[in-house]
Design a protein around this ligand. Structure first.
Ligand SMILES: O=C(O)CCC(=O)C(=O)O
Ligand SMILES: [Fe+2]
Length: 272
């Protein structure tokens, strides 16, 4: 049955900062994309070692491109994104998107973060805050080719600055992940899960094969990975010319700020 966008999708996206188009990718395309991302995994590990998180952008590598073109042109997806956002929002730019992969050896997780603000040292906080509610910016995609429960989010956090309890949980910048030094695989898995759950209001996002999650990357989120869960999740954006321009400017401004000795700004500096 053809995917149909509902009012719930629109409501969830604006109020909670994420929505999932369930089973929007047809089995035949999942099959083609699984085949090509198996090769992407090999290439990623050749370049980045066994723990590598992603291969990005897709266009840079010697991979059959047709399955990615079919994904970019899938009419159901194009229509749903146009209806949820605007017809100017485009997914599937192969010069931009990539694939997220499971680690080969050891569990790990990223630190909790809000993209750009907490992972681009030198980016002025004011620049990020000015864009926070701009629907042309920060629309990210995880499109799962296998069941994927790696991503955790704090629903609704895209609409606001940090709550006091979030600032209290992560008072420092850069935000530290769990300390995994010298731990066994099982201990690492346990510590990462504990770290995910330590964020107030955190919920785990569960995707099935063919599900397409659209989320504001300005909400609090994290990726938590174990080697025994195979992952190939297309990691993409619904971009606009404004987002492309904003990203280029942000990268350039942050580079200059770092050159001038600036690090990561703390959005919640302690009063003393
Ligand atoms: O793995 C994920 O789903 C999230 C990854 C992420 O947030 C990041 O790398 O910035
Ligand atoms: Fe992120």
């Amino acid at each position: 049955m053809r995917f149909k966008l509902s009012d719930e999708h629109i409501d969830l996206y604006s109020t909670q900062g994420y929505t999932v188009f369930r089973k929007i990718v047809p089995p035949s395309l999942i099959s083609d994309l699984r085949r090509v991302t198996d090769t992407a995994r090999e290439i990623a590990r050749q370049h980045g070692g066994p723990q590598v998180q992603r291969l990005q952008p897709i266009a840079r590598y010697e991979l059959p491109q047709q399955p990615f073109i079919d994904y970019a042109e899938l009419p159901e997806l194009v229509d749903a994104i146009a209806a949820l956002l605007t017809p100017r929002h485009r997914h599937g730019d192969r010069d931009h998107f990539g694939v997220l992969l499971e680690p080969a050896q050891m569990p790990y997780c990223t630190a909790w973060h809000r993209d750009w603000r907490d992972n681009i040292p030198g980016l002025p906080l004011s620049m990020w805050e000015e864009g926070l509610l701009d629907i042309n910016l920060f629309n990210q995609i995880n499109c799962a080719l296998y069941a994927d429960s790696c991503t955790w989010i704090v629903p609704g956090s895209h609409l606001r600055r940090d709550l006091p309890r979030e600032a209290q949980r992560f008072p420092n910048r850069p935000i530290a992940g769990p300390n995994l030094d010298g731990k066994t695989a099982e201990e690492r898995e346990h510590l990462c899960l504990q770290y995910c759950r330590s964020m107030p209001g955190a919920v785990q996002l569960h995707l099935e094969a063919g599900d397409f999650a659209l989320y504001r990357n300005t909400l609090w989120h994290i990726g938590n990975y174990v080697p025994y869960c195979k992952r190939a999740t297309l990691h993409d954006s619904a971009t606009t010319p404004e987002y492309v321009a904003w990203s280029e400017r942000a990268i350039e401004v942050a580079r200059k700020q770092r050159q001038a000795g600036m690090g990561m700004e703390n959005p919640n500096p302690s009063p003393d």
